[in-house]
Design a protein around this ligand. Structure first.
Ligand code: FAD
Ligand code: SF4
Length: 512
């Protein structure tokens, strides 16, 4: 084997069909893998997020060795306080590596740092298109250049046509591109009833070692490890996909937006971790869902609702990330400045919706899309919390958090921090939406229909306060014209009371 040639496999590239591995079969190059303490410490990361990455990386190193590769693995204990790029440079020097292949990284900063290091060290670096995605960065840029405003729906239709997924010739299966209207039900008044559980994986010996190590090294980090049962191998990820498609997908679409106390997962797939680590390929996920639909096990609205997330939103977010970095990270179109309330790290708030959503986040490292968008993100937007602090928080607390998908979702979708680059309006709502979609408001200290007074729901107060402050912006946009009309109906006296209540609410943010 030539010792001068190596493949770098990052922690979110755990796939044997990684293009850099495909280009370098066993025996032709060494494989380098690096756990880096610095990356985990950059922000205050959830223990489960650290554990899922380490466990999956260590299992993948085993799989590579079984496939015949020589793997040089730098564990946390070896890496010390050094960054991934510093360890990589040392490894290349020690092993006499002259030529390095890798799939393009998922993170802008890391790509810059590796490229700079390689240039300085005269290392021949080849970054290959990451075949994991259905749309390359270049293809997305070409698509985006045709539009003034980027809209996921148009991109998604293009992807449906290009891949033939859920298509009947030139037409969408069933005659409609999307079934959003069928996919917005709340659970019945009596509750969600019995939900088939998602696949859960008892930690094996290797994972148990990782969990012990994380408990010791990161004892003061947020989050729990007691319920850790995420897939960390390819076999487990495939099993998780099968369990989801056969037992949960049939109800996914209808209850996609529904929330309920003590129901952390609903009918969602929980596949984002396996997808983002590349233990699963989005093509096989989409194909399996489409097959279940064709075989009549799943209705079209559920299959389409799920496929839209993977083929549409996931690919779209990645495309936008690469198009807009590094500027995306600095965006603060609404000049939001407030610090994160302390209860973001404990879940201890009287607001039941936030207490429940943040509580389960700390317990599992998971909350589903509507909890992230319409509860946590909505509150952050309405209260005017600093986008950069909110972005750091989202990157820290979810097991599936990787910057290319976290950042556009937080900055672009939840916080409107890039001024509506790809959303036609800010995603805001009062307590009324949360009441409609959940049981959170039952037994909450606050009342979702009140915007002023002792029992006023902070969401409702801050929602109306947002309309009050942003009236001009909202009335200039046809999609939000109605909101502007609603606030215009309030008398001066009502507006005055509302402003006082907003001030009071923001003053006692930490104790709400
Ligand atoms: P399901 O509801 O079962 O959806 C199926 C799959 O579709 C997901 O696994 C995911 O791969 C994909 N998907 C769904 N929605 C989106 C979306 N908006 N963008 C991209 N892919 C999507 N997703 C992450 O993977 N990592 C993140 O760090 C992340 N941060 C988010 C932050 C905010 C503020 C918001 C609003 C959304 C975020 N999302 C993130 C998107 C989405 O919430 C999660 O992908 C989803 O909740 C993961 O759970 P699931 O696998 O059960 O998803
Ligand atoms: Fe959340 Fe307001 Fe409902 Fe309480 S009343 S659960 S704060 S929306």
């Amino acid at each position: 084997m030539s010792s001068t040639r190596a493949v770098l496999v990052l922690g979110d590239q755990l796939d044997l069909s990684n293009p850099a591995l495909q280009a370098n079969p066993p025996g032709s190059a060494a494989v380098l893998m690096i756990e880096s303490l610095q990356e985990s410490k950059l922000v205050w990361v959830h223990k489960a997020r650290i554990a899922v990455f380490l466990a999956a990386m260590r299992h993948f190193a085993q799989a590579l060795r079984e496939a015949g590769y020589t793997v040089h693995y730098s564990a946390l204990a070896d890496s010390g306080q050094r960054s991934l790029v510093e360890v990589l440079q040392d490894q290349c020097e020690q092993l006499g590596i002259a030529s390095l292949d890798m799939a393009e990284p998922g993170e802008w900063r890391l790509e810059q740092d590796i490229t700079t290091m390689a240039r300085k060290q005269s290392l021949k670096l080849r970054m290959l298109d990451d075949g994991h995605y259905l749309c390359t960065r270049a293809e997305f840029a070409t698509w985006a250049s045709k539009y003034k405003q980027l809209r996921m729906e148009y991109f998604y239709r293009e992807m449906r046509k290009r891949t033939g997924v859920l298509m009947e010739g030139e037409q969408p299966a069933g005659g409609q591109w999307n079934y959003d209207a069928d996919n917005r039900s709340a659970y019945p008044k009596a509750g969600p009833g019995s939900i088939s559980p998602p696949a859960a994986f008892e930690p094996d010996k290797l994972t148990l070692q990782v969990l012990d190590e994380v408990r010791q090294r990161f004892a003061d980090h947020p989050g729990e490890l007691d319920d850790f049962c995420w897939p960390v191998t390819r076999e487990q990820a495939l099993h998780a996909l099968e369990v989801f498609v056969t037992t949960r997908l049939p109800n996914f679409g209808k209850y996609q937006d529904a929330m309920w106390t003590k129901t952390p997962f609903g009918w969602h797939s929980l596949l984002s971790v396996a997808l983002n680590l590349h233990l699963l390929n989005p093509r096989e996920v989409i194909e399996r869902a489409e097959q279940a639909c064709k075989e009549g096990q799943v209705d079209l609205p559920s299959a389409e609702g799920f496929i839209r997330q993977v083929l549409g939103w996931r690919e779209f977010m990645r495309g936008v990330y690469w198009l807009d970095m590094p500027g995306m990270r600095q965006g603060n179109a609404l000049q939001a400045q407030l610090d994160l309330p302390k209860w973001f790290w404990t879940g201890h708030t009287h607001m039941r919706c936030l207490g429940d959503s943040i509580g389960q986040t700390l317990q599992y490292g998971y909350a589903h899309h509507i909890q992230r968008l319409m509860v946590i993100g909505n509150f952050a937007l309405l209260a005017g919390l600093s986008p950069q602090q909110v972005e750091d928080w989202f990157l820290a607390v979810y097991v599936d958090a990787v910057e290319w998908v976290e950042l556009p979702n937080v900055a672009g979708m939840a916080l409107f921090a890039n001024g509506g680059r790809f959303t036609s309006k800010p995603y805001i709502s009062s307590g009324a939406y949360i009441k409609r979609m959940s049981n959170y408001c039952d037994n909450c200290r606050y009342n979702p229909s009140l915007k002023t007074g002792d029992k006023a729901c902070p969401f409702t107060t801050l929602y109306w306060g947002f309309l009050d402050r942003r009236e001009a912006m909202l009335s200039a946009n046809p999609r939000t014209g109605l909101m502007a009309k609603n606030i215009a109906r309030l008398s001066d006296d009502e507006r005055q009371k509302l402003r006082q209540q907003c001030e009071l609410t923001l003053k006692k943010l930490d104790t709400l």
